[in-house]
Design a protein around this ligand. Sequence first.
Ligand code: TXA
Ligand code: MG
Length: 341
Amino acid sequence: MPETRILQAIDDDMKDAVREATALLRAGEIVALPTETVYGLAADALNPSAVAKVFAAKERPSFDPLIVHIASRGDLKKVAIVPAEIAETVAKLTATFWPGPLTIILPKHPDIPDLVTSGLPTVAVRQSAHPVFRAINKELDRPIAAPSANRFGRISPTSASAVMKELGGRIPLIIDAGACAEGVESTIISIEPRDGKKPVFRLHRAGPITKEQLQEFGKVEKVKEKTGDLPHAPGQLPSHYAPLTPFILLENPEDFKPEPGKKYGLISYRGEDDSPYVNLHDWETVESLSPGSGKLAEAAIRLFFVMRLMDEAGLDAIIAEPVSETGLGVAIMDRLRRAAG
Ligand code: TXA
Ligand code: MG
């Protein structure tokens, strides 16, 4: 593989970047693209050999299915078969949350290759809200399979430079549109109809669309994680988003037992001087997820960036302070727990 190029897709450069990315995708190549959640590694979803390149570049096991992205709501019928019992619910959800960070698991259309869905009878679908991703998806006029653009099990990239660190030398092109607006991967649900009542949404992965937002349309239940069985969403494997540095989610400050001579870094929520976490130890370095104000949306945007920064800081361990587990905080805590394995 030749060098990985980075093309800017900002302002005047957008058209050229869209044209080049689309041409490569059409030729069966893989390209890293920005989405509103995290950067994705894109391939033509209808081209199995292109999809195989995604698995190879990520070193992703073939049992872990990919999300399929569509350019318009009208394209849903080309990738999935929506059962009549849930058609109204799907219409409401997509009208409300698409384009956006909600992925819905539905019975798959026969045109979608088995490689994309890892042989499952279902396909995970979303419509990205990112203007550059949307333009490429529309121009290609085919569904795009795109997992997060990191090596398997590692931290998801929220910038082009993070993609370069993960996949540089393995892919021909990265389209750079700056930092991602959401910062954590899409919410994933499946839908179970309930006769005459609101449906049940199985939450496979917490994300930017919160339980509170979904509750208007149905009852939200978390998918129970099984061990020893195929996971429902391997992004939900207990150890995921893993920094190379030991990572500890410190739910109680009293539990911190530092070893002498070791270097510890703190990921703090607000990073304020009077925080019990900031005062707990003479930290080598402190990074805040939402400096001062403590906004969950800002914490989500900065989460993977800060985790990556800490991982590169030569520490013996990274200690993370919990955030409140409401709204977007559920998705953040989910990622922190998984990073801690
Ligand atoms: O925000 C996102 O969803 C990003 C951007 C690029 O769109 N994509 C993303 O993809 O996070 P990935 O592959 O890193 O995570 C997709 C998750 C995986 O955990 C996978 O197992 C699950 O979705 N998944 C895909 N198809 C599925 C299916 N048919 N049933 C259950 N889980 C599925
Ligand atoms: Mg991923």
